[in-house]
Design a protein around this ligand. Structure first.
Ligand SMILES: Cc1cc2nc3c(=O)[nH]c(=O)nc-3n(C[C@H](O)[C@H](O)[C@H](O)COP(=O)(O)OP(=O)(O)OC[C@H]3O[C@@H](n4cnc5c(N)ncnc54)[C@H](O)[C@@H]3O)c2cc1C
Length: 601
């Protein structure tokens, strides 16, 4: 990224600049010795690489902190080791990280708001680079005395961030391995690191332009100094990357965004080599970026090859007008609860691959070399999923496709098994994620208390899972199910009309819901045609989670997958429970952990 002046600038003898003399504009042009001596007294050019080191210390320090946290978490969940002060320290940490930020209509055009934790981290990063850039107000040398300190600082702060930007954006990457945080959760950090990188690059560019204007002008600088040209060439793809990734574009034109992003990221890397390779530390940052990025890509390709020695066969069936069920038998892929894979269909928009959560986990007797079934539920939206839906419908509701599987990624791991009580909350097709979590607890759990709340639009949807839920109930006698139907299907026999937006607040019934109340008692006889009775309206999650926290003895995990508003309610209610732990409101409860999955980034 350097726009810095070579030690002997090419234009010294051009344009009337004779070192040691006053030029045509009446400005003294120093000799290179004078310039070096001047810089040595102020901020030497080469010394400014230290800003890159500061950024590296900051980023590696964070990485190390996450690594240690990951190790502590693994020890806690795998071996159930009691760690002194763990309960209060963790409650405090979660209090600071779980709350969801209020969404501002205008700011959300720039940023996808989410939990406070990653936003705090990114704010710390932003303050860090801003402080190092702006606090020292020695921004420019006098004309002809060399590169502006402001653009050197911002350059090195940006360069040190570069490997992190590329690695955080990769599906398989070293940061996920070290921290245990999967690619979809790292997306927000990728976006934040890229934001900082672009911010520093713009400071770098503007400072370079100002410096050029203080001397013989920008046109002259671009004509005589190639580094200005390569700088602008590198800036163009960076701006396309930045603007193209803003939420309105990314969410509305995901496929276009994705391909433009990949192509521009490669173009940018190439332009950066042209712009600043072999300038002090720049080659180290660039090579680290390329090596780490290519390692991730190679790892992903190798895994894809090993997982798909031949293309998998996926049978798609229409369950109803809103859902496709996909069944993919596999011999090769191993997965854990809550994981998702990217599926590429060979005959339906083959250039695209989309993430879907696996609704099953391998049963204990399936773990060896037998064929295991991956089951998915897909909700048709307006792009690929709609095309697939129409294709299946045109083929009498059932088609078999050849597909390439990339993954699995993410998931709940086996962490939830360690908790004394697990509350699983699912909205709509979030049930796929929830089911695999429940199956894991049923097959491999320690017999803990498990409760599920599922909000679904139509009672039709219940029939997909009745068999599965019954099996779970048989395996986990204490398993409680509460189903909320938010909008009755007009084709159903039920006659009560329901306001989807209305929450089914326990207080509506003049009492709170005791945790051991069977779902049958809670039911308002809304639907008698299904084995699992349901309540009308949306579940009032704050009260349900509070109730669960109040009655849990030991540790509680809330696992939530559903629409954004549901995740917000869960996060905020679990945050409130942390306050309860710190204040000693729940004497029997020592920990509340939130595991959430959102179907987007
Ligand atoms: C980790 C994860 C797990 C998911 N699991 C499920 C599941 O089990 N069942 C289910 O029905 N849906 C699931 N989704 C959502 C599903 O991936 C999208 O609905 C699907 O990709 C939309 O494709 P489309 O072209 O029809 O979307 P469009 O109608 O074009 O866009 C709808 C939304 O989907 C987003 N989107 C589109 N393509 C992608 C993509 N390749 N990757 C990420 N987001 C994309 C868009 O940004 C937009 O916000 C999951 C998403 C994620 C991130």
């Amino acid at each position: 990224m350097s726009l810095s002046t070579p030690l002997i600038p090419r234009h010294d003898m051009a344009g009337g600049n004779v070192p040691g003399h006053v030029n045509a504009d009446g400005v003294y042009v120093p000799t290179s010795e004078e310039r070096t001596a001047y810089q040595a007294l102020h901020i030497p050019w080469a010394e400014q690489v230290k800003y890159g080191y500061y950024a590296l210390y900051f980023l590696c320090g964070l990485l190390f902190t996450f690594l240690i946290t990951n190790v502590i978490w693994k020890v806690r969940t795998r071996y159930n080791v009691k760690i002194p002060l763990y309960s209060r320290a963790v409650a405090l940490l979660r209090l600071l990280t779980y709350p969801q930020l209020p969404v501002n209509k205008w700011l959300s055009l720039l940023w996808t708001f989410g939990p406070l934790g990653p936003n705090l981290l990114l704010l710390a990063g932003l303050l860090f680079v801003s402080a190092f850039t702006w606090i020292n107000q020695y921004y420019y040398y006098p004309p002809y005395y060399g590169s502006a300190p402001l653009y050197l600082r911002s350059e090195w702060l940006a360069m040190a961030t570069l490997p992190f930007v590329y690695v955080l954006g990769s599906k398989r990457n070293i940061i996920s391995v070290l921290t245990g945080v999967s690619h979809e959760k790292l997306q927000v950090l990728h976006q934040g690191a890229a934001f900082n990188f672009t911010y520093m690059s713009l400071v770098h560019t503007i400072a370079a332009i100002i410096r050029a204007r203080q001397e013989k002008g920008l046109v002259y600088a671009t004509q005589t100094n190639e580094v200005y040209v390569s700088g602008f060439v590198a800036l163009s793809p960076l701006l396309v990357l930045f603007v193209g990734a803003l939420p309105p574009f990314r969410k509305s034109f995901y496929e276009a965004f994705y391909w433009v992003h990949i192509i521009m990221a490669l173009f940018f890397a190439g332009a950066l080599f042209w712009h600043g390779y072999k300038l002090l530390d720049s080659d180290a940052y660039m090579i680290a970026t390329i090596v780490l990025f290519l390692l991730g890509v190679t790892w992903r390709l190798v895994m894809m090859f090993l997982d798909n020695p031949i293309l998998h066969r996926a049978t798609a069936t229409l369950i109803d007008e809103e859902t496709i069920k996909l069944m993919i038998p596999t011999l090769y892929i191993k997965w854990s609860p809550g994981q998702h894979v990217f599926i590429r269909f060979s005959t339906v928009r083959p250039l695209e691959s989309h993430p879907f959560s696996i609704a099953t986990v391998p049963r204990p007797d399936e773990q060896s070399n037998s064929v295991r079934n991956m089951v998915f539920l897909l909700k048709p939206l307006s792009g690929f999923t709609k095309t697939l839906f129409e294709d299946v419908r045109a083929n009498e509701g059932k088609v078999t496709y050849k597909v390439l599987i990339d993954g699995p990624y993410g998931g709940a791991g086996h962490d939830l098994r360690a908790f004394d009580s697990v509350l699983v909350i699912a909205g709509g097709t979030g049930i796929t994620w929830a089911l695999s979590v429940l199956q894991d607890l049923a097959y491999y759990g320690k017999g803990q208390e498990v409760r599920m709340i599922w909000a679904v639009r139509h009672t039709d949807a219940l029939s997909w899972f009745e068999h599965e839920l019954e099996t779970l109930q048989k395996r986990m006698p204490s398993f409680k199910i509460q189903i909320y139907v938010t909008r009755e299907n007009p084709r159903s026999t039920a006659t009560i009309s329901v306001d989807e937006t209305k929450e089914h607040h326990p207080a509506d019934e003049g009492r709170s819901i005791p945790i051991d109340t069977p779902a049958t008692e809670l039911s308002m006889s809304f639907d008698k045609t299904h084995k699992f009775p349901s309540n009308p309206g949306r579940p009032y999650l704050p009260a349900l989670i509070e109730e669960q926290a109040r009655t849990t003895q030991g540790s509680l995990s809330v696992a939530c997958c559903g629409p954004p508003s549901m995740l917000v309610d869960c996060s905020n209610a679990v945050t409130k429970a942390q306050i309860g732990i710190l204040k000693g409101v729940y004497p029997e409860l020592n920990e509340v952990f939130l595991k959430s999955e959102s179907y987007g980034w």
